[in-house]
Design a protein around this ligand. Structure first.
Ligand SMILES: Nc1nc2c(ncn2[C@@H]2O[C@H](COP(=O)(O)OP(=O)(O)O)[C@@H](O)[C@H]2O)c(=O)[nH]1
Ligand SMILES: [Mg+2]
Length: 296
């Protein structure tokens, strides 16, 4: 995971001992290249490498590799926390807490909902799933299978029925049973499909979610940034969940997403099993990209 960026950054320092690192402007250019080759958008790569250059210029004399690494780590963590840390959904007061999940087909929405439902259950709370992807054949069945596997209730109607009506029923069910969470699955045709956007807006109006999360697939690289912008602009978002990080060898996508979309990452997913989900921790990411013990 993330080997691309991790290796490229560690190469910036190869050949240098703990004494002087490469010339500052040269480092800036190499840093820029390393970032762009790792799924960081060009604008952001410029911003990061310029900011690092500025910081190194402030320091007089030689800079150690260790100082340099700390500087880069700080920069990455700053970007990842600029839109605030994602609140812990388990400590929210509102009940039932309604979460709406958006995203393009195949991104991992339904699987992620199952993982989150299981995470919520293991933490001692009760959830209900709303099978509001009534469009895709097999979608309701897929969520029903997860419901039986996890022992978490599901509210479903027939295929082709109104997704908002399903969500409405799921919320009322949660209120009646005093459940803690309602997790609403949705359909995901292409993000530029006007009908889909209208459908999502309607679900939002009806369900009044407390949290709207967009599921983004790391496998599609920088297209995820574009998807994020589209959903943010047309439907509105509170945060992101990035899936399939286990397949992400480049590593720079997370920083591009947070920076370009301006919303925090709530969870990341790293596989197809129920336990392959964790709250996103910028420190964890920085450790993967730039373990502090290396080259020091
Ligand atoms: N490797 C990997 N595969 C995932 C991950 N999350 C989901 N998938 C797979 O992606 C495919 C599409 O997932 P699905 O939940 O049906 O996507 P949806 O269309 O957005 O609801 C399935 O085969 C999932 O098992 C992940 O974190 N890592
Ligand atoms: Mg689905």
């Amino acid at each position: 995971m993330f080997e691309g960026l991790a290796n490229r950054i560690s190469k910036l320092f190869s050949g240098s001992g703990d004494g002087e690192v490469v010339r500052k402007t040269e480092l800036r250019d190499r840093m820029f290249e390393a970032l762009v080759e790792s799924d960081v958008t060009v604008d952001l790569a410029e911003k990061i490498s310029d900011s690092i250059l500025k910081k190194t210029e402030k320091l007089k004399g030689k800079i150690s590799v260790n100082q340099m690494q700390i500087m880069i780590r700080r920069e990455l963590i700053e970007i990842l926390t600029a839109s605030g840390p994602a609140p812990d959904i388990l400590t929210v007061k509102k009940r039932p807490y309604i979460i709406l999940f958006l995203g393009v087909n195949g991104g991992g929405k339904t699987t992620t909902i199952a993982k989150l439902a299981s995470y919520i259950k293991k933490s001692g709370f009760r959830a209900v799933l709303s099978a509001s992807d009534t469009f895709r054949a097999g979608a309701i069945e897929q969520l029903s299978t997860w419901s039986s596997r996890t022992g978490i209730e599901i509210i479903k109607h027939e295929q082709g029925s109104d997704p908002s009506a399903v969500a409405f029923d799921a919320i009322n069910h949660a209120i009646a049973r005093k459940l803690d969470f309602v997790l609403i699955d949705t359909a995901g045709r292409m993000q530029n499909n006007k009908n889909l956007i209208e459908e999502m807006k309607k679900i939002k109006r009806v369900a009044k979610p407390d949290l709207t999360l967009l599921i983004l697939d790391a496998m599609i690289g920088q297209d995820a940034v574009e998807q994020g912008r589209t959903f943010l602009e047309h439907v509105g978002l509170d945060g992101l969940i990035v899936t399939k990080l286990d397949t992400d060898a480049r590593g720079g996508l997370l920083i591009s997403l947070v920076s370009e979309i301006g919303k925090p990452v709530y969870f990341v997913c790293t596989g197809q099993d129920l336990d392959d989900i964790m709250p996103f921790d910028p420190q964890w990411y920085a450790d993967k990209i730039l373990p502090l013990s290396s080259n020091t």
